[in-house]
Design a protein around this ligand. Sequence first.
Ligand SMILES: [Zn+2]
Ligand SMILES: [Zn+2]
Length: 317
Amino acid sequence: MSSLHLVRASVPTPKVTLRHRLLDFVGRGPFLLMHLACLGVFFVPVTWTALAMCVAFYVIRMFGITAGYHRYFSHRAYKTSRIFQFILGFIGASALQKGPLWWASHHRHHHRHSDSELDPHSPVANSVWWSHVGWVLSRKYHAYDADSIKDFMKYPELRLLNFFHVVPGILLAVLCYWLDGASGLFWGFFVSTVLLYHGTFLVNSVCHIFGKKRYVTGDESRNNAVVAILTLGEGWHNNHHCYQSSANQGFFWWEVDLSYYTLKTLSAFGIVWGLRKPPLAKLPLLGQAKSDATPAAVSEPVVEAATEVVPQEVVKS
Ligand SMILES: [Zn+2]
Ligand SMILES: [Zn+2]
């Protein structure tokens, strides 16, 4: 699975020169300007429409990231049509967290090397700041390993979306302005997008530091209820690290997982299908006898499921 892309993504950052600093600044510019633009809310009227757009576009795009970029493109946790696959990618891209191929490739890398030196965003192997935003801003991860996402690389429309990944976000900004003028633009687009950035990033930072571990996973992944609420279910991160290809990350009824409820609803209409479920009885609970509780007991098929084209087991639910 090695490739030139992976080598480029894994080597240490070269010696920092003035040119590198300039490139870094240009690369970080849009991200920093998005934050700066939020100050605009102090100069425009606060309207109910704008606030509703802020919440709605946060929730819709969080679904694009969690159910689309994460559970579908990264883990193939369910199946869908080619058209809805593109729609998921388009909604995810409107969150301005780069393209679906870039996102899923780095995420698969995260699972293969969780909390080791090779993990792109571990708060354990690196700093909390690095895991939250540092790695996103670093030129080190601008490239991605095309080999690790070749199951989706074969779709030209996804490659195009991945290349023009800022277009859906720009269209959303125009829509916000059209719907409610400057108030719509600042609340519905800028504030909503920045909240979405940090909501998503909490999974990489907080969910590898704070929370409870239920399963043996060989890393520091945690279940965090607050993050689960903010991210439509992604906070059940220890569950997820234990059985990555599950469509639901909340494994029990009290583990709220709004992305999964939405996927279940979509499956009732035939829009998605083949939602995969975790084999709960087989998962290695912490505190079990060592022979029963090795991460290897589940990690191998899970990693396979996350990287191979054909899932090993599909449970229709
Ligand atoms: Zn993780
Ligand atoms: Zn994952």
